[in-house]
Design a protein around this ligand. Structure first.
Ligand code: NAP
Length: 242
């Protein structure tokens, strides 16, 4: 099998480090470039180059293969600059950053007409299952409950509500959905949908205790995209990869 070359954008963040920490589980992946303003102590494997965003946008210190898959785990400002580069130099993209504006979401969708793209605000398998459960609630039953979404993340998370909470709320429309955000501790991610009716409550809860869950999702998605035709793919489609 041809290895999947990866460019990791936002390599020094919590997610970037988690992706590097899972690489040994993905022998079919070849990390070719780590992009961050400065390298960290975790290092990157042989054959992988550190580069700053400026190096990358200026053409890359080393030539990156045309079939390189970009994993974006930076913040919204980084994604905006990355998209400028990708529009000039299209590459397959796993886009995991949350808190993007409508303009950036549209640019990602437009990029998918040229290269294969997965846009996933939650890369975990458990979230795919939880979303399917929420989708399966019949409208008539949904109308009998008040719905609150509670999301809890570590104190350093910048955006609120979380991308996942917004996605769950969209799944549960029509009807009012209240979202409550908690930022404290080191929680990787908890999402709880509470359906409160007359004399009964129902809850759907998804808890991530280890960021490696998201990192594996990103690497699995990158392997899936390698060699795919252009298009906007869902995380569920990537789960078919063994
Ligand atoms: N889709 C999912 O399943 C999922 C799961 C968890 C988190 N996330 C999202 O992933 C993103 C990263 O989360 P995190 O916790 O890893 O954040 P983080 O720890 O703050 O790391 C952010 C990374 O992005 C880089 N960065 C920030 N601003 C940049 C810019 N303007 N240009 C280039 N690089 C920039 C940082 O490098 P410097 O240190 O050099 O600034 C760092 O490497 C967030 O949007 C988060 O919500 C998604």
């Amino acid at each position: 099998m041809t290895p999947t070359p990866i460019l990791l954008f936002g390599a020094t963040g919590r997610m970037g480090r988690a992706v590097r920490g899972c690489l040994t589980e993905f022998p079919e992946v070849s990390l070719r470039a780590c992009v961050a303003r400065s390298p960290d102590d975790l290092g990157c494997p042989k054959g992988c180059a550190w580069m700053t965003p400026e190096d990358l946008f200026a053409g890359g210190r080393d030539a990156l293969p045309a079939d390189c898959v970009v994993i974006d785990v930076s913040l919204a400002a980084g994604t905006t600059r990355l998209l400028d580069w990708l529009e000039r130099t299209p590459r397959a993209l796993v886009s995991a950053t949350t808190g993007l504006g409508d303009a950036e979401e549209k640019r990602i969708a437009a990029l998918a007409a040229r290269v294969p793209v997965v846009r996933a605000r939650n890369l975990s398998v458990g979230n795919s299952v939880a979303a399917a459960m929420l989708r399966s609630i019949p409208g008539a039953a949904r109308a009998l409950f008040e719905v609150d979404l509670v999301e809890h993340h570590h104190g350093a998370k910048r955006d609120a509500p979380s991308g996942t909470a917004l996605a769950w709320a969209a799944l549960l429309a029509p009807g009012e959905v209240r979202i409550h955000s908690i930022r404290s501790g080191t929680v990787a991610g908890i999402h709880r949908a509470i359906f409160a009716g007359a004399g009964e409550t129902l809850e759907v809860v998804h808890t991530v205790s280890d960021r490696a869950v998201f990192a594996r999702g990103a690497l699995r998605a990158a392997c899936f995209l390698h060699g795919q035709p252009p298009g906007l793919y869902t995380l569920e489609q990537t789960l078919a990869v063994p």
